[in-house]
Design a protein around this ligand. Sequence first.
Ligand SMILES: Nc1ncnc2c1ncn2[C@@H]1O[C@H](COP(=O)(O)OP(=O)(O)OP(=O)(O)O)[C@@H](O)[C@H]1O
Ligand SMILES: [Mg+2]
Length: 263
Amino acid sequence: MGKIIAIANQKGGVGKTTTCVNLAASLSAMKRRVLVVDCDPQGNATMACGINKFQLNDSQTVNAMLLDDKSDINDYIIAETSGGFHLIPSNDTLTIAEVKLLDFLAREFRLKNQLDKVRDDYDFIFIDCPPSLNILTVNAMCAADRVLVPLQCEYFALEGLTQLLGTIRQLHDAVNPSLEIEGILRTMYDNRNRLSTDVSNQLQSVFGDVVYRTIIPRNVRLAEAPSFGQPAMYFDKTSIGSKAYLSLAGEIIEKEKQLKAED
Ligand SMILES: Nc1ncnc2c1ncn2[C@@H]1O[C@H](COP(=O)(O)OP(=O)(O)OP(=O)(O)O)[C@@H](O)[C@H]1O
Ligand SMILES: [Mg+2]
């Protein structure tokens, strides 16, 4: 049964989408079956794997999937992306779901009900969340087994993290008892910056093993790749950014193996 991982941080621009697309591409290259669900009306994950969000009609996006009671998730999955993984795309129509979902009973479970139908078809399902703790993020966290938190090592990061962990705990207690933190990922890291090092050390002393060993450096190739509709490993496989995401994928696979061995 595939593992469902929500990539979330209510802070904007911390590397959620970059992590989602590059980690998914790295795991796909390692022969894992991966589905990405773009749960952000910005549609950045959709564009970053070569699918033009402006050319999608309304019935093709995650918005329609969430709102239509008769929808079948298989009709929304795009099997051909530049990252080698499958995708359920998004565009700005998803802002409609943010409002309309509020009229539904059991609105938190709309995504879960769909993903449960296909989780056996994948090893990993990643959900790229928007930069807020809205109903879309709540849907993602109700569907997920784990939350991966990308974090930029800067002054206010830890404050935001406390709020996010509080929300995860509330959802764990109220609606999804299996929800846990998958890991905290240091992104856009610049080791010449003293503050980054301080925050990183603090993070490790508070959260220990929950912090991934892999650190994602600030790397311009990671920022350039989306405008070419490609994950960094296909845009420039020698870049330190794409190598860092391959290393993260290795770390996640290793963790999975350890967990299975303990079972
Ligand atoms: N390691 C990195 N090095 C350099 N640039 C990066 C790195 N990671 C992300 N970026 C760039 O920083 C910007 C924000 O990254 P990204 O879109 O992944 O963040 P996000 O958390 O998904 O943002 P949002 O909250 O708006 O969804 C993008 O322009 C991206 O290309
Ligand atoms: Mg994003």
